[in-house]
Design a protein. Structure first.
Lengths: 694, 110
């Protein structure tokens, strides 16, 4: 290595490593053997990481939380029943009725196969732990591994002390805890550990310039692409680092061995995963890695030719290359530009484009814009999710430049890009977490537990559905609950959290926005027999932190209107607003009060009695009194409402409810004190009416 | 025309200097050149005759480029001017990496 990485860090920075003695005075900080204290501290940190995430399981019960985990759990259950090969070909006919979903080709297999493998191993060891328990504890297990990976990563960059501190930070940083707590059986719980592992392997290859680490990097990256869509962050960050290194003149064997095999083998790895497939070479997200691959070779070629040729000939060669090279480069540029501009999204997938242009989703794809995790975070969430690390990280950023090694340059670029992207989408705070933890890896911090309050209404409702509704009945609801319904209620749904078919979702959204009669026709056309809505006004505003608890369907209703209106022109958003305002009280427009969502949510709500001096039908969530308190349902029949009214299940009636008096436009309402016409007794020939009434 | 003349001069100078490289490295360079040539051939075929099935084309193409890259890595490690010693280890790692590359490509060929 030709760069100056031997100088010890500047003394102005507080290097309070927990074992007190380590300073990075070695050529490659990660090359020394760790002392016993370091090993013990590291084990303690990993145990801490695992323990902190068990809180909800100990206090309540071992259960899977949130929505997406239920899909993962269902597929894992299928895996344990049918085996690995069948899971690759799993076609799910229980969802997106009548289209179904090709699960094998649209899932990230990493999490599911890892859990399945652990289950298999335990079965072989005669320890038959139920797959649900394994799924629940995947998060804590992998967060321990993530702390380990973070230690090794920072050890490469700065040394043991920084490694331990960073590992400690990542073990307890709230934004990571919330996605990897026991019961959060989601892709991020293993993906962050894989992410940091890939970074460690990259930096190790950079420092050692050996192919065995490059091979290890391939396997690490293979696991990463199998685990999470966030792999595209890596496949862009590494090229940025490579480019920055070239620009800064840090071209070395290590850089080539680290980057060039990664670009090719990594592409092969991504191609092999069905859910990514050809996107790995056709989508713009990956072009940076190929472009920098070319640039890297150009840089090395120049270096090699410069070394081989005598100086004057080199100058002449440069002239030749310039003329020919620019022509070739121009041709390639024209071709790529032509290919890219031919696509309306310039070759980027919708989700990536919304990261680069935050306004894109809100203009064109309401379904992406409506997901709460995709919103930009408030400034306060940086502090809430990262805590003390927010203060220490900038200091670490400055310290990373003194001195600047290849590895610390990588860390700086990682942190800067992560900060940018987390500013676009709050869920990417998760990617920032390890970077911030590493930067702050110079001191100690406090800890704060995050606990989740759980109402059992959802499970109550799913249990009711699974016991009281025919096995082949179709259940419609908003897409948020799709995975949970198929996993827990075991009934066929129309749309689910995979959100792959916008028209199908818009059909459901439109149905929720239409009046009862029209919506029941839409549902019947989909063979739907049961519809449920989620309603939060009975229990009032629910306490939660960040992504802790979802809002109810009335709060999401405007998104249903927007998404439905995006596909079907008969739904217009302005019909549901009162002069641009979203209201549910008496100022709400007719379309709003007639909508099925309104009717199914507030049916019998006013009868539940006034709450603490408020009038009947006071909605605590919206803080308004509902505009239409008393009404009867003509095309739906209430069949189940959970304990706190959070889930309300209705049956779609095949014919209108005849108990309700249908309005007769010719009927004249009787008034008080109306005169009753005196009648003669029946049979009196003089009083016989001309028409007989039945 | 002047460019062509200088190009010829550069080429002869380059040939002269290159002849001085040790035979070990020349073998590696020849192999790398072959790999690139095969990749180019595959690419031309795909453009002219068709790229169906696309995964087979990608597997073959990336395999060749990968072989080139790994050979260049080995060359850099084995080059007596750059780093000294550990040549045997470098070769074993190279062999391992090639196996992994072929495995990945084979899995994708379909």
């Amino acid at each position: 290595m030709t760069d100056a990485s031997n100088t010890p860090p500047v003394s102005g920075v507080a290097t309070t490593s927990t074992d007190g003695s380590k300073k990075s005075d070695k050529r490659s900080p990660g090359s020394s053997a760790a002392s016993l204290t370091t090993v013990l501290t590291l084990i303690a940190i990993c145990l801490l990481a695992t323990a902190v995430r068990l809180f909800s399981v100990i206090k309540y019960e071992s259960v899977i939380h949130e929505f997406d985990p239920y899909f993962n759990y269902r597929v894992t259950r299928y895996l344990t029943e049918e085996g690995f090969t069948k899971t690759w070909n799993f076609f799910d006919s229980f969802t997106w009725y009548p289209l179904g979903r090709i699960v094998g080709g649209t899932m990230y297999p990493g999490l599911i196969f890892t859990a399945g493998l652990i289950w298999k191993v335990l079965q072989a060891l005669r320890s038959p732990i139920h797959i649900q328990e394994i799924c629940v504890f995947m998060g804590p297990l992998f967060s321990g591994l993530c702390a380990l990976a973070t230690f090794f990563f920072m050890r490469e960059v700065r040394g043991d002390g920084a490694g331990l501190a960073s590992a400690a930070f990542i073990a307890i940083i709230p934004s990571y805890i919330s996605r990897s707590v026991a019961g959060s059986y989601d892709l991020e719980s293993i993906a962050i550990a894989a992410l940091v592992t890939v970074f460690f392997l990259y930096v190790k290859t950079l420092n050692t310039a050996s192919l065995r680490w490059a091979t290890a990097l391939f396997f690490g990256y293979l696991y990463m692409v199998a685990s999470w869509g966030g792999y595209s962050f890596i496949v862009n960050l590494l090229p940025i680092h490579c480019l920055a290194s070239i620009v800064l003149g840090r071209v070395s064997t290590g850089l080539y061995v680290a980057y060039a095999p990664f670009a090719i083998l990594g592409a092969l790895a991504a191609l092999n995963i069905p859910v990514i497939g050809f996107n790995a070479v056709l989508m713009s997200e990956h072009f940076a890695s190929f472009a920098v691959f070319g640039i890297l070779h150009a840089a090395f070629a120049i270096k090699w030719i410069k070394e081989t040729l005598p100086p004057r000939t080199y100058e002449a060669a440069k002239r030749v290359v310039w003329t020919v090279g620019t022509a070739v480069a121009g041709v390639i540029l024209v071709l790529v530009t032509g290919y890219v501009t031919a696509s309306p999204t310039f070759g980027w997938t919708g989700r990536s484009l919304s990261l680069l242009d935050p306004t894109y989703a809100s203009k064109y794809i309401p379904i992406i814009a409506s997901v709460s995790e995709h919103q930009p975070p408030a400034w306060s969430s940086y502090y809430n999710d990262l805590h003390l690390v927010t203060l220490l990280a900038p200091a670490g950023l400055v310290a990373a430049f003194t001195p600047l090694t290849d590895a610390s340059l990588f860390l700086v670029l990682y942190a800067v890009t992560a900060v940018y992207f987390s500013g676009v989408m709050v869920r990417l705070m998760l990617v920032l977490a390890p970077a911030a933890a590493c930067l702050a890896g110079r001191g100690a911090t406090r800890q704060r537990d995050g606990s989740i309050k759980v109402f059992d209404d959802f499970r109550e409702a799913y249990s009711w559905l699974s016991h009281n509704v025919p096995a082949d009945a179709k259940v419609a609801s908003w897409w948020d609950y799709g995975y949970q319904t198929t996993a827990m209620a075991n009934r066929t749904v129309i749309v689910d959290n995979n959100t792959w078919n916008n028209t199908h979702i818009a059909t459901v959204g439109r149905a929720m926005a239409l009046p009862e009669k029209a919506s029941s026709e839409v549902f019947r056309s989909l063979d739907v027999e049961y519809v449920f809505v989620v309603f939060g006004a009975f229990i009032g505003r629910v306490l939660g932190v960040g992504r802790g608890y979802p809002s109810d369907d009335i709060n999401k209703f405007l998104w249903m209107v927007r998404i439905g209106g995006g596909v079907f022109p008969d739904i217009k958003e302005r019909d549901y607003l009162n002069r641009g305002q979203y209201r549910v009280d008496s100022t709400a427009p007719k379309a709003m009060l007639d909508s099925t969502m309104y009717r199914l949510s507030y049916y019998r709500f006013a009868e539940t009695g006034p709450l603490f001096g408020m009038p009947y039908g006071y909605d605590r969530v919206r803080q308004q009194t509902i505009g239409l308190p008393d009404f009867k349902l003509k095309h739906y029949e209430e069949v189940f409402t959970s304990e706190h009214w959070m889930v309300r299940v209705y049956r779609v009636l095949p014919e209108p409810n005849r108990e309700v008096r249908l309005p007769n436009p010719n009927r004249v309402k009787a008034q008080r004190g109306a005169k009753v016409k005196p009648r003669r007794p029946s049979g009196d020939p003089t009083s016989m009416p001309s028409k007989t009434r039945q | 025309m002047a460019t062509l003349h200088t190009a010829k001069q550069v080429a002869t100078a380059f040939q002269r200097e290159y002849a001085k490289t040790p035979a070990k490295l020349k073998v590696l360079d020849a192999f790398s050149g072959l790999a690139i040539a095969t990749a180019l051939l595959q690419f031309v075929y795909a453009v002219l005759i068709g790229s169906f099935p696309f995964n087979a084309f990608l597997a073959g193409f990336f395999c060749c480029i990968g072989a080139f890259v790994l050979s260049v890595c080995l060359r850099m490690q084995v080059d007596p001017e750059d780093m000294s010693g550990k040549t045997e280890r470098a070769f074993t790692e190279y062999a391992l990496a090639m196996c992994v590359l072929f495995l990945a490509a084979l899995n994708y060929v379909g």
